[in-house]
Design a binder for this molecule. Sequence first.
Ligand code: 26Q
Length: 799
Amino acid sequence: MQLTKEEFKNRLKRKLNDYYEEDIDTASTSELFAAISAIVRDGYAPQWRRTRIAETKQKEKQVYYFSIEFLPGTLLKSNLLNLGWLKTVREALSDLDKIAEYEPDMALGNGGLGRLAAAFMDSLASTGYTGNGNGIRYKYGLFKQKFVNGYQRELPNDWLKKEGHWEVRRESKSVLVRFGGKVNMVEDNGWLIPQYEGERVVRAVPYDVAVVGYQDGLTNTLRLWDAEIPPEEELNYPTISDRRRVEDLTSILYPDDSNYEGRLLRLKQEYFFVSAGLQSILDYYITKLGNKNFAQLPDYVAVHINDTHPAMAIAELMRLLVDEHRVDWDTAWNITQKVMSYTNHTIMAEAMEKWDVNMMSELLPRIMQIITEIDRRYCEGLKGRVSDAVIDRTRIIKNGQVQMAHLAIIGSHSVNGVAALHTQLLETEVLKDFYNLYPERFNNKTNGITLRRWLQIANPELSDLLDQTIGKEWRSDSNKMLNFEKYYHDTKVLNQLHEIKLDNKKKLAKFMKEQTGIEIDPTAIFDVQVKRMHAYKRQTLKLLHILKLYQDLKAGIDHPKRVIIFGAKAAPSYVFAKQIIKVINETANMINNDPDIHGKLKVVFLENYNVSLAEKIIPAADISEQISTTTKEASGTSNMKLMANGALTVATMDGANIEIKDAVGEENIFTFGLNKDQVYKYYAEKSYHPRKMYEEDPVMKKTVDALIDGTVPNCSSEGQALVNNFLSDNEQFLVLADFEAYLKAQEKVEQTWAQKRIWQQMSLVNIAHSERFDSDKTIERYAQDIWHLKKLKIEKVDR
Ligand code: 26Q
């Protein structure tokens, strides 16, 4: 029996009355939110319990997804949707959207990597696999971004202060994690066991968040760890600053998304959640599954490490098996390799994690010993079989540093990239020595997105149109979306598509007006670039395009009306990224207030881009900017969300853009720019001389000069910094090399915009083919190829 409107209202009345002695029309938004979320928790509780029981009974293999970031956004609507209640509740409460806005984003991640982890959690539950997330319960999520005089300011994101949380504290599942001290190996019955001295003991307390699968899926668990002082250790933490050091462990999420910094606290965080997670896995294996035969562990457990941040799991599992459970080294190593698998998310050298050996020895003496032994055996095993140079390049410990990617590859049975090109580059360039050694370990798993959130929740109007045309099955079977292509010549559907987009643009225009005061014409082209601010993603190329349009309009050269919308946070320590923000904000200010432009061009940089803001912007986009330097964007996922919502992509042949092009066909995407061979040629031959390009191309020169000739006000030093960067032979991201091609691609955009029907048709093809990037499909491939999972059988429940 499905929940009816009346039944929902009765439950809501009861909760409001019990908790607050209020009624639906007298309760405040926060009270309504707390009451509705309590009803939702009651709704999934039976399924959560059944999933747990089925797990212990059926004993199917489970995957544990270890990630230092999870970025689910808000959970109210997605839980309602997955319970099958969203429509009913929307009908019962006209202001559901307003109530839902009360919920703070669970922003325990920086960007793509964290969002992918959240999407995978949803997909595992929805496709029927038992998958558990393992991460950190940060007290403060990713910083809140404000602009002051055009500069980025960072404010703390105190997401836990509001009530109505989804988490359950599971004190009884706490474990202890040890740091520092000295370790001596002593003999015990012929076995060398470590004796610790003077170490600090921290208690890891799990907070479990239910991951509700779609419709008849499972309800899985995302386990996030908090750090506390163990009650029995109180005396070892006598001072306030001792106590604070424990709190600090899980206090903040590192806001750097690509620049590696070897900070001690980060190393502590990594070990903390890895050790806690593995201990709880082994506890479960021993007590619930009643198994002490660790050789069988790989038949029951897969541990996946999301980038190298959890790579210490390899050494920690060895420690637990060898030291705590007395498994011999070779057996333990065999088990570990079979259990572990690793996803790489970047080829950029500056993002590769390396930890100082001395730092690691001091903080984690036993782990460092184990890594040293893994490294020693690795080198010894290869000696004489491959050249010393290869051993030297691939070993784990080098120049006093632990190469985490090498540890991850050596200790895993699977290494995957996140888009076809990215995996190819791993195999042929970045990790080619490893590929030659272990070709069978390498595989590609192109990223995906949860279409449920990006269509059914963010774009209900488009979802209704799909229902009316192709039927509702696409909601649980995304393959069906391909049928939407049958409406390619259907004028009525094309017009409806246009109306829906216009409607979404009106809503966003209203929101932008409220946020920024800028007046927006919803019939203009909405040109969107949303992602972290980074030199390689080239928001700068978009900026140059804006300046070119501005100069044209000033000179009387006409262009269709356009609104350029940015959303991007810069890492607080990333000076260049912050300079770009300042310059874009000043450029926006100048253009938006220039009467000569007559509103033909507007630039809106929305503050604090996050999942919730993405849900507002993406359904309103006409153009999706995916303009990274080819080879640099591992995959990208906003590209997928935008195409699913009918935006047309302007793209370099980088990351998953290539697969988007393959899916929609060349005629339904605007591609431009250097290909991978051209990019590598510039690097190899050191033949990039942008100043020459600039001197020889008057259009380029005039555009770039706008940053330093006083055209853009209030940012002369930042403007100069950008220009110096563009003109340097060392500028790795080749901005000026792609400038002309980018302008040409944008001219094509304008010509296509003038042919409304063709635009709608292209949009329709993009929507239909976004099915290819459904994360349910990605997760099926991980489940089959890497983790070897079987689906859990579970009965349907009444909600
Ligand atoms: C590392 C060390 C110390 C502190 C922070 C970090 C750190 C944190 C986050 C390094 C990297 C990240 C995040 C990387 C990320 O989001 N990468 C993106 O992953 C997406 C999912 O695979 C891809 O689509 C994007 O192309 C990739 O940039």
